[in-house]
Write a protein that binds this ligand. Structure first.
Ligand SMILES: Cc1cc2nc3c(=O)[nH]c(=O)nc-3n(C[C@H](O)[C@H](O)[C@H](O)COP(=O)(O)OP(=O)(O)OC[C@H]3O[C@@H](n4cnc5c(N)ncnc54)[C@H](O)[C@@H]3O)c2cc1C
Length: 377
């Protein structure tokens, strides 16, 4: 099948699934910070939990271009679910797919791709976010085992995740060869989740601490070579940024679609507010910036699909699309006026959810550092 036909099918499948399984419940999940585990099993049945995983491991074997559609279509409905699907697919599952050995892939990927398991990926620590090379969670070798101690925070699916890919220090601080990735299954003694964050937005996506207290992990859980953790993480984040850019695109498009509809329906001074140039100019700006974001994302996804370097392009896509999501959702609240400030209408949620996009997987400032380094070298 031609890729554009497949993309149209994905869009329809997610619209139908979202109308039945997400829309009726999402404000309750949001209000009460419920992470809806059963939904992720259903998404798994529809092939959305192993989007990039080849068929041989039970995945959907899709391209990055198709993956962008999956994330943006889900996020158009609910950014929280988009964020969780993105973290599961492009961080945890993709790390295993790209760097694990055959035995680890056969053991873990089919469960992740089917949605039987939910995946987490843990790099950030309480004192180390942007400065990821400076992590403190440590793994000390004792015979065939590693003993892990430390705390990770802001980890998506830190409590409900069945497996976490965890990046820890195995060498000297600041040494780019001083960290290693481990796959650690839920229930491993010494491995637990801590505080759950009470967040501004993305409230149905679970965010918690991960705690390691003399957590004993066999060396066979090491993903790739000892010392490769930092380099692996940078490669994973190249793809992850396309994911967050797609998340931002979905939120921005959702905010625009709702704004167009509302501005045709809402009358003031005897006519629809869409007929005021002040409103139509806002819609025109939103639509133009969203289209530019889409093109940057598709460019990065295409490079990724062809196995070409895309660090600069994915950072540009993430930076631009995230800022557009914040801008578009802010304008959407403005277009809805007082009603936009209430939970009766969907735009206040886009507004709250959008802000995560400029922070997660590298803040906008860090994206600008990456782009700057890339164009100045
Ligand atoms: C909802 C949510 C989900 C998340 N999920 C995960 C996850 O699953 N796994 C995971 O590992 N992490 C996750 N994170 C963590 C996220 O990636 C970090 O929050 C992010 O990288 C920023 O790190 P920080 O919060 O420590 O901010 P800091 O690094 O402390 O940054 C604070 C401010 O300083 C700025 N800054 C820092 N360094 C520089 C510099 N050199 N130049 C200019 N400005 C700078 C930043 O841009 C920011 O504005 C999640 C975060 C959230 C909020």
């Amino acid at each position: 099948m031609d890729i554009s036909e497949n993309i149209a099918l994905i869009e329809k499948m997610i619209r139908d699934l979202g109308a039945k399984e997400i829309k009726p419940y999402m404000m309750d999940w949001d209000e009460n910070q419920i992470f809806p585990v059963p939904l992720f099993r259903k998404l798994g049945e529809h092939g959305l939990m192993g989007v990039l995983v080849p068929h041989e491991y039970g995945g959907s074997g899709m391209s990055y271009r198709e993956y962008v559609t999956v994330i943006s279509e889900i996020s158009k409905i609910d950014g929280s679910i988009g964020l969780s699907v993105a973290a599961h697919n492009s961080l945890c599952t993709n790390h295993i797919l790209q760097f694990a050995n055959e035995e680890q892939k056969s053991k873990w990927l089919p469960k992740l791709a089917s949605g039987e398991w939910i995946g987490a990926w843990a790099l950030t620590e309480p004192n180390t976010g942007s400065d990821a090379g400076n992590i403190k969670t440590v793994a000390k070798k004792e015979g065939e085992y590693y003993i892990l101690n430390g705390t990770k925070n802001f980890i998506t699916h830190g409590k409900s995740g069945d497996i976490a890919v965890v990046i820890v220090k195995t060498g000297e601080s600041g040494d780019s060869r001083g960290t290693t990735a481990f796959g650690i299954e839920k229930g491993t003694p010494g491995f637990s989740s801590g505080r759950k964050e009470n967040k501004l937005g993305m409230r149905a996506s679970e965010t918690t601490e991960l705690i390691f207290e003399d957590c004993k992990v066999h060396e066979s859980n090491c993903i790739g070579e000892v010392g490769d953790g930092f380099v692996q993480s940078l490669k994973i984040l190249d793809g992850g940024r396309i994911s967050i850019a797609a998340l931002a695109l979905g939120i921005a498009q959702g905010a625009l679609d709702e704004s167009i509809k509302y501005s045709k329906e809402r009358h003031q001074f005897g006519k629809p507010i869409a007929q005021f140039q002040g409103i139509s100019f806002k819609l025109a700006d939103m639509a133009t910036k969203i289209e530019a974001a889409r093109l940057l994302i598709l460019r990065a996804a295409e490079l990724k699909d062809h196995g070409k370097p895309c660090t600069k392009e994915s950072a540009m896509a993430k930076y631009f699309a995230s800022e557009v999501a914040v801008e578009a959702s802010t304008e959407a609240v403005q277009i809805f006026g007082g009603y936009g400030y209430t939970k009766e209408y969907p735009v206040e949620k886009y507004y709250r959810d959008s802000k995560l996009c400029t922070i997660g997987e590298g803040t906008s400032e860090i994206q600008k550092l990456v782009i700057g380094r890339s164009i100045l070298k």
